[in-house]
Design a binder for this molecule. Structure first.
Ligand code: PBG
Length: 331
């Protein structure tokens, strides 16, 4: 070691924390509305907003109200909205045919938003759970969630979404090989510019509970999703999922849930450098909301802190039910 000349320099890390101006100057990460993808629930009807009890502040909207919400989101600087349909019981069937019906709720909402708010990007979910009578993301045959037969249906679903005008397709089903199959089908159908945001590292999580209430799938679900969603004990496997999905044609990848999996976000970003997103899922939203509504935490501060954590962990953006609240809090 080189001997120091003169007095030892005194490192005082508090110097760069002394005022808002200096703290802003040395901030390593930023958070803005532009980092957000806003998941919204769509239902039938007109002029309806129906609260989701386990997600205070979140509603299911009829298509006309979804269009209004999309306009509001665009005005707030939110770049993308993600549609989740609440399908009527009559359209939840063994063959899941409603999933690729050009007139299904998701496709009608897509066309209506595209027409009225062309600037906002539209993302949709590819998986059979909103349309199946079992609540599973794939077909169930003799108690098994069958992979390859499910993929044929997922491809039809993705094509019908692309046809309706979706910008970003998000396969959340966790079947093996679906990214490649969907990518090839999109190319063949002339949808070369439709993006795939793969739910690449999606864990079998307890934090999806309120979402399943929101889309009406919790009552139906028989068993669990552990044969296709990942084991929360695993981390190397997440990298293999991401590598596979990127090689099959995913443009962006997602880690889900978010807050309990920030280590995965960091590894994925460091390893692949691809556009990386996290989904702060329904249960994470519900926890923060519930504590805030009880006066146990400052809800706005917890929201901003939790979302900043994703940026710090390397994410390029976050899917969060807080998106409009965040945009308003930062405005
Ligand atoms: C369905 C899907 C789920 C979520 C998004 N897409 C639930 C599940 O896998 O059971 C969860 C989102 C959330 O909890 O906010 N394929």
């Amino acid at each position: 070691m080189r001997p120091t000349l003169g007095p030892t320099p005194i490192t005082r890390l508090r110097r760069t924390r002394q005022s808002p101006a200096i703290r802003a100057l040395v901030a390593e990460n930023t958070l803005s509305a532009a980092d957000m993808i806003w998941p919204v629930f769509v239902r039938e009807g007109e002029n309806v907003e129906e609260p989701v009890p386990s997600m205070p502040g979140v509603v299911r909207r009829s298509v006309d109200r979804v269009v209004e919400a999309a306009r509001e989101a665009a005005d707030l600087g939110i770049p993308a909205i993600c549609l989740f349909p609440y399908t009527d019981a009559a359209n939840r069937t063994e063959d899941c045919a409603e999933a690729w019906n050009p007139e299904n709720l998701s496709n009608r909402a897509t066309r209506a938003i595209k027409k009225a708010v062309p600037d906002i990007a539209i993302m949709t979910d590819v998986a059979l759970d909103p349309y199946s009578d079992t609540g599973h993301d794939g077909f169930v045959r003799d108690g098994e969630i069958v992979n390859d037969e499910t993929i044929e249906a997922l491809v039809k679903q993705a094509l019908s979404q692309a046809e309706a005008g979706v910008d970003i397709i998000g396969p959340s089903d966790m079947m093996d090989g679906r990214i490649g199959a969907i990518r090839q089908a999109l190319e063949a159908a002339g949808h070369q510019n439709v993006m795939l945001l793969s739910y690449a590292a999606k864990y079998a999580s307890a934090f999806y509970g309120p979402f399943r209430d929101a889309v009406g799938a919790s009552g139906a679900l028989k068993g669990d999703k552990k044969t296709y969603q990942m084991n929360p004990a695993n981390s190397d496997e997440a990298l293999r999922c991401v590598e596979r999905d990127l090689s099959e044609g995913a443009d962006m990848v997602m880690v889900k849930p978010g807050m309990p999996y920030l280590d995965i976000c960091r590894r994925v970003k460091d390893t692949f450098g691809a556009p990386t997103f996290a989904y702060q899922v329904s249960g994470e939203y519900a926890m923060i909301k519930a504590a805030a509504l009880n006066g146990w935490i400052d809800g706005d501060r917890a929201m901003v802190e939790s979302l900043m954590a994703f940026k710090r962990a390397g994410c390029d953006g976050v899917l969060s039910y807080f998106a409009p609240d965040l945009a308003r809090a930062l405005a």
